[in-house]
Design a protein around this ligand. Sequence first.
Ligand code: HEC
Length: 96
Amino acid sequence: MFKQSIITIATLGLLSVTASAFDTASCVGCHGANFEKAAMGKSKIVKDMTAEEITTALNGYKDGSYGGPMKMLMKAPATGMSEADIKAFADEHGKK
Ligand code: HEC
């Protein structure tokens, strides 16, 4: 399913090239292609968060110190991101 969604997204040409090896193909189903959606109707709009807020959130999902009622959904995605991935992601998607 993961592979399939990457292929679908790549085919649609929505996959944006980033400097990071990490890619957001696994995130967009819930968060929207540009992180403009409230995932499952619950999350904050990630693109409207600052880089600092995003970093705190992702690190917090990893260690359990952050999150709302659906934080268990974010444990796996966040755990798959290295510190460098989180920084690159926050810089790219955080509110400028
Ligand atoms: C299964 C759906 C799903 C997937 C896949 C997913 N997310 Fe989330 N994400 C959520 C939900 C739901 C929340 C809100 C969780 C909570 O209650 O704290 C959230 C929260 C977040 C937040 C913090 C927003 C807030 O509300 O504070 C960030 C940043 C984030 N996700 C980034 C990502 C990234 C990056 C990926 C891919 C590596 C990803 N998410 C994959 C559903 C998802």
